[in-house]
Design a protein around this ligand. Structure first.
Ligand code: SF4
Ligand code: SF4
Ligand code: SF4
Length: 183
């Protein structure tokens, strides 16, 4: 890994950190996360960096909340390109990179969010936890649920009260027989 090699593949060294991600990471959420950081860092001098990043962030927030609309991806792309071109310093010029590269390589994930689905099952608004018939009634999930969304029923199949569930993932992690499904 060196400066030239990263530049050749369209990446940058940044502060020297390297993040390794796999299919369990949501690319739309990753883009939202990075943009929220650069959006906060903008000094506000350039219009596109100040307002363009804010608009992009709003669209990404809508997408991860399952509130995306037709045309959002095109708007996102146009704003990203204009922000790159209309910003004075490196912050504004590179802020849209996570958006542009995820749109380029993972557009299908954006399109899935528009249809109300998060393929990597990371966006809380787009997923649902359920308990399957494999449940052996060990009560572990009910004991670990931080919001009491699973009534304790020893030796019986447990159920999740959906209105209470905050999608914290604790039940999924603790179940000894993989009876908690995320979909
Ligand atoms: S591009 Fe640089 S100078 Fe322009 S608003 Fe953003 S941080 Fe400020
Ligand atoms: S995901 Fe978290 S809040 Fe929801 S039922 Fe499981 S433990 Fe409770
Ligand atoms: S932890 Fe798994 S097996 Fe135990 S009660 Fe919960 S869903 Fe059922």
């Amino acid at each position: 890994m060196d400066y030239e090699a990263l530049t050749e593949v369209g990446a940058m060294m940044g502060s020297g950190g390297l993040l390794v991600m796999d299919e369990s990471d949501c690319m739309v959420e990753i883009a939202r996360y990075f943009l929220s950081f650069t959006c906060d860092q903008s000094c506000g001098k350039c219009t596109f960096c100040r307002i363009g990043t804010r608009h992009m962030l709003t669209i990404l927030e809508k997408l991860v909340a399952g509130e995306g609309e037709p045309g959002d991806l095109e708007k996102l792309e146009a704003l990203a390109l204009k922000t790159k071109g209309g910003s004075l310093c490196g912050l504004g010029k590179t802020a849209p990179n996570p958006v542009l590269s995820t749109l380029k390589y993972f557009r299908h994930e954006y399109e899935a969010h528009l249809r109300g689905r998060c393929p990597s099952k990371k966006c809380a608004a787009l997923i649902k936890y359920e308990i399957t018939d494999d449940c052996i009634g060990c009560t572990l999930c009910a004991q670990k649920c931080p919001v009491d969304a699973i009534p304790i029923q020893p030796y019986e199949k447990h159920e999740i009260i959906q209105d209470k569930c905050t999608k914290c993932d604790a039940c999924f992690q603790v179940c000894p027989v993989n009876a908690v499904s995320v979909g």
